[in-house]
Design a protein around this ligand. Structure first.
Ligand code: HEC
Length: 107
């Protein structure tokens, strides 16, 4: 099962990131990492509701590369939002890759 998800994650990354060193594993993110995110970015299916009600951007379904670079920008301080900087500061490269894989696979 783990293997399958790794392959899926790879497949979804392949067309946006040809030279990704860290391969995201959506299953790892789903199991233990998204708990930090759902309080604000909501649960799978978030995209189906009315986005204008929320001030938190939709991340499900965005490209893995975009999510990854956004999180790295928060971690570095290039993006300034305080709570996202706090969150991203606690993430490793692997965490970011896993989360990006997970959210990019949401519809
Ligand atoms: C405390 C609430 C909160 C939590 C928890 C949180 N976020 Fe966010 N997130 C936000 C807000 C608010 C923004 C918009 C910030 C801005 O304007 O820069 C944001 C922005 C983002 C963006 C950029 C989206 C875009 O369209 O540019 C990404 C990617 C993201 N969050 C991922 C995550 C992930 C992954 C987690 C869990 C590890 C997480 N966030 C946890 C509130 C939160």
């Amino acid at each position: 099962m783990k293997k399958l998800f790794a392959i899926l994650a790879l497949a979804s990354l392949a067309h946006v990131a040809s030279a990704a060193e860290v391969v995201g594993n959506a299953k790892d993110a789903a199991d233990k990492k998204i708990a930090m995110c759902i309080g604000c970015h909501a649960i799978p299916g978030y995209k189906a509701t009315f986005p204008e009600v929320y001030q938190v951007p939709m991340i499900g379904g965005q490209s893995a590369k975009y999510i990854e670079s956004a999180l790295q920008a928060y971690r570095k301080g290039d993006r300034k939002h305080l709570s996202m900087r706090g969150i991203a500061g606690s993430l490793s490269d692997q965490d970011i890759a896993d989360l990006a894989a997970y959210y990019s696979q949401q519809k």
